[in-house]
Structures are given as C-alpha cells and as structure tokens.
Design a protein around this ligand. Sequence first.
Ligand code: MG
Length: 331
Amino acid sequence: MKITMAHGSGGDSTSKLISGVFSKHFSNKYLDKLGDSAVVPGASRLAMTTDSFVVNPIFFPGGDIGRLSVCGTVNDLLMSGAVPKYLTAGFVLEEGLDTEDLEKIVESLQKTAEEAGVQVVTGDTKVVEKGAIGGLIINTAGVGFVPEGIDLGPEKIKTGDRIIVSGYLGDHHVAILGSRLGIENDIVSDAAPLGEMTRALMEAGLGIRAMRDVTRGGLGTVLNEFAESSGKEIRVEESFIPVSPTVKDFCGILGLDVLYMGNEGKMIVVVSPEDADSALEIMRSSKYGENAVGIGEVMEDSDSPALVLRTEIGGLRTVGPLYGEGLPRIC
Ligand code: MG
C-alpha cells in the first residue's frame, strides 16, 4: 500500500494507519490511550531534548531513520547523565511512500527503543505532497530522569583532565556518503544507543566532568566547544585518534577530514586524571565501547581557548570547529 494524502486527513484513513502501523508496534500503556497527550510518572529533575531526522537515504548500511531517531535522541539525554524514559515520535510522510517501508522503520524504531529502555508514549502523523521531502522525516522529543547528585557539563572541566573517545570515528558519515555516491565498501553506520556505557560510568562514581556524543560537526567541533566552555586549551595526539583503515582510505580518496565527520554512536568523555584508567576500562567492556581510547588532555587556562593537535611529526596545530555546510541530511 502507498501513503496517500488521505492518510494525513485526520479521518478514517489516518486512524487505520495509526492502528495498522504505529500502535501495532509501539503499543504500551501510555500510548495505547491515544489521548491528546500522554500522562506519565515523573521525577524531580528532568532532562529534555528534541531532534528532527531528515537523513537521506532512509535506509543505509547499518541502520535506518527509525534507529537513528532513537539513538540521536537518547544519546543527547544520556550525555547529561540522565536515564532516558520517554520519547515522542512525529512522522511526516511523503505521499507515495510504501507502507511496507514505513512499517520496517517503525519496527526498527521500536526495537531500538527497547534496547535503549525508552517508551514511545505519544506521536503524530502528517502527510505532504509527493516530492516534498524524499520519503519521510521523523521528529522526536525525549525525556529522561536525572539522578540526584549528577551534574555534568563542559564548564566543570579542569586542567589535567583526560579526554577519552569511545571508538572509531567517521563510520556513520562514510556509510551515508558511500550509499549516496554508490561506493561499495564494508563500512556500516555506528548508530547505537550509548546507555549501557554511560550508566556504567555513572554508577562507578568516577570524576566524570562532561560527556558529549560526537555527531554532526565531528570531534573537531565538539572539542572546540569544550575548549570554549571551559576556557582551556585541549590538546590531542593526532596519532591516537581512532579511525578504521577503510574510513581512513575513504577520507583520503575524497579529501575528507575525519575530525569533522559525523557519528551516531560515539561519545567523548572528559574525566579526572586519577579516574581515567577506570573510565577507559569501563568503556572498553561495554557494548559499543570496545575501541575506546584516551586521545589527549586538558591544558592550562588560555586567553584563546582552542583545540590543539600534536601532529604525527611532533608539531602543534590549532584546529577550529567545522565551518560551512558539511554533508547535508546526514542525520
Ligand atoms: Mg549531542
């Protein structure tokens, strides 16, 4: 069956689409009431985030827009030390979209939500004319509970802190770009919910100062933001930055800088020097962190806080954030 404008009418066809595709897969006690809003139990401190997913193509090596929607949203909650609980999912569908494809995406979203321990508690469906968006767009909101005593942020970063990255960089970016250009390689998107890793870090009571998922803009942009917020220089050993050989080759051929490539299942952790080894060990033994590695440290306060790379031949090079466009519709 194809999506028609009638599926966005709010009438009978919309109800059939909701019961036949969305409620069927997302079913839970909050969503099943199909109220104007979901009423859910709360906590004293909430983390909230919102995100829109416009990735093109909607199916790509290693994932699809449904998995991406959950990963992008829960990872943003996790980075503030929150335990993700609820998601909303608003679907903007293009007329002519195959409902089989839609159902695959809904199933994938639900499966990833289960992995991440969140429930989709409310949603929305709209239909737009053929050719308007290239398939579908998903908008989410995420709510998480922040445990007492958790207070993370780049302003907490101190001189001497260590910088750890949770694994190989650039995989998602290369998976999207490769499938758009029709380049065959074995790279799959790293899209993954990072809750197991962040929960283990939080429960170990380590001196974690800040965490951030390395999405659009890449490592270079995230570490520039950390330098700016902390007022310190951040120094990274270029040769320690983890990149798989295939991604390195792909970047070399296309003239791409892995420092600015997007990821959907990687994070940066800034941790006190005395807890750096423990944090690394925890990350390496968690599901999506086996290639975690320490890449640098936080230097003194600086009048011009920046990310500085020590190059493979021993020189120092200041690296700015990503300027300009980057790759559109990567997430
Ligand atoms: Mg983020």
